[in-house]
Design a protein around this ligand. Structure first.
Ligand SMILES: [Fe+2]
Length: 201
């Protein structure tokens, strides 16, 4: 019916767009499906906060390792069998103290030391977090459940393409004599990002 036809435009969903890109790559002989499969396996099985937790536990029990970790993060985590991607040229480990809280963000997008901390949570990628944690860090941390006394300094670190950060949280009291494995089990992802402290610290 000429004159009555209406063309309805609809934005394709993320899934449809991903499928279209994948089809286009496959059509040109690039094995996109396999690459996606491999990456999602890595993301769920290998890039987990448990890696960062193991590093923190080692740093708590081994002062020499802690020194090496603070001096050259990439080299120290490689000792533990945790190599980082080539484009992560520097790993800066930020040590918390009773009077200092380090917090990580990426004001541009979502960069993080994902092989150690895990893929960034949704809130980390959110524009609200990325902009506000810089301007009003104390308020943002409070909203996220971390209320710091006024005399605790907050330092916010903005990740870049080649420099990644990880927070070294304080070791909780009453953990003397704990094994590295026991210690690693109490280190949370949020404490590695710096938006949470561990119990008793
Ligand atoms: Fe980023």
């Amino acid at each position: 019916m000429p004159g009555n036809d209406r063309v309805v435009f609809r934005t394709a969903s993320i899934e449809e767009r991903v499928d279209a890109i994948q089809d286009a790559l496959e059509a040109r002989g690039l094995k996109a499906g396999e690459a996606v499969e491999e990456l999602s396996h890595k993301a769920t099985e290998e890039y987990v906060p448990r890696n960062g937790a193991r590093i923190v536990a080692r740093a708590w029990v081994d002062p020499e390792f802690r020194k090496r970790l603070l001096a050259n993060g990439i080299a120290a985590v490689a000792e533990m069998g945790l190599p980082m991607p080539k484009h992560h040229r520097h790993l800066v480990v930020l040590e918390n103290t009773p009077k200092l809280q380090n917090v990580i963000c990426c004001t541009l997008c979502s960069c993080t030391a994902f092989t150690l901390i895990g893929l960034p949570p949704d809130w980390y990628k959110d524009l609200q977090y990325r902009s506000r944690v810089v301007r009003e860090s104390r308020t943002v941390l409070k909203e996220m459940g971390l209320q710091l006394p006024p005399d605790v300094e907050i330092r916010v670190w903005d990740t870049t393409a080649d420099t990644r950060y990880m927070v070294l949280p304080e070791r909780p009291p009453n953990t003397d004599g704990w094994s590295e494995e026991q210690l690693a089990a109490i280190v949370t992802r949020d404490s590695l990002i710096g938006v949470a402290r561990l119990p008793g610290t």
